[in-house]
Design a protein. Structure first.
Length: 308
């Protein structure tokens, strides 16, 4: 693995390959917007379309051998998750063109969630690159995080038709339903060799503190470039938890309240739940438990707005 440089300069992009998930988007003419932006910028571009799960992995691996300046992905966090699996081990910069409902990683990195604005950033800049960590389990990788319990039930309940119609609000509606069906579990955790057992509604192994609908992190100490993954267990969902979240968002400080939330950081994490719960990873539902997750520090270089 190359030495990590959280922020570095990116030479101008003259050629790019774009992986497009046609199931993404909000009814916008994505190809028209991309074509106009690339033409204006004088960037030579080609596109590949995904048709089924796994396509973005294969397409990203092939693109990394083409001698292009960057690989772009138009889709949501699930499409990004696949694409980074194909980029691991290469130094090809990743361009995020948000097309999902939440676009958590784009929001975390300050990338405009509007497609036209994201394309304009690439064509007009100023831009840099930032190396970010990814998580790994089995032979798969993720950018955002894995969750068990409540959040996974929310993801399951937010169907594609509703997301296409009302966007991120679909998750809020699903959250209301999930609160009624999610049962508590006992999480058995092993974090860098230390054993923990805690009961809760949700266990989150995350690379980012962002929720996707604002630039505010639910915990400012969670950093996509710090070489760690964060483990958060939400013990209960009540009015006190809501007040804790509001305080955190307003003050950007999370007060310690172990009755509601517990938080650890680690590089090697195993988790199981009794009874078993629904699992999701970057918006994709999983079934396998227990999970063994590791961090891969500085694994991906992402094009980001130049810091002011």
């Amino acid at each position: 693995m190359t030495t990590r440089h959280p922020q570095s300069h990116l030479p101008s992009v003259k050629s790019i390959h774009i992986i497009i998930n046609p199931a993404s988007g909000r009814g916008e003419p994505a190809l028209s917007i991309i074509n106009a932006s690339m033409k204006e910028a004088g960037i030579k571009w080609e596109a590949s379309i995904t048709h089924q799960a796994g396509d973005a992995v294969r397409l990203a691996k092939a693109a990394a051998k083409e001698g292009i300046d960057a690989l772009a992905v138009y889709g949501g966090d699930g499409t990004l998750m696949e694409a980074i699996s194909g980029l691991i081990g290469s130094e090809l910069p990743l361009v995020i063109l948000p097309g999902g409902s939440a676009n958590v990683m784009a929001t975390e990195l300050g990338i405009p969630t509007d497609l036209k604005e994201a394309c304009t950033l690439l064509s007009h800049g100023p831009i840099d690159t930032r190396t970010i960590d990814v998580g790994q389990f089995d032979k798969r990788y993720f950018l955002v995080g894995i969750s068990l319990g409540f959040e996974a039930d929310v993801v399951k309940g937010a169907d594609r038709k509703t997301k296409n119609k009302i966007g991120i609000l679909a998750y809020f509606l699903s959250a209301v339903r999930a609160l009624k069906i999610t049962k508590k579990a006992v999480y058995h955790l092993r974090i860098d060799g230390q054993e923990h057992e805690v009961q809760g509604l949700m266990c989150l192994i995350t690379n980012t503190g962002n929720l996707g609908f604002s630039s505010i992190s639910f915990d400012k100490h969670i950093d996509v470039s710090d070489g760690f993954l964060d483990v958060v267990v939400v013990r209960k969902a009540n009015l006190s938890l809501f007040r804790l979240m509001v305080f955190t968002w307003l003050k950007r400080e999370r007060p310690d309240n172990l009755e509601l939330v517990e938080h650890w950081r680690g590089k090697d994490i195993s988790v199981s739940a009794s009874p078993k719960q629904m699992i999701q990873c970057d918006g994709e539902l999983l079934e396998k438990l227990p999970l063994h997750v590791k961090v891969v520090p500085g694994a991906i270089m992402v094009v980001v707005p130049k810091a002011k």
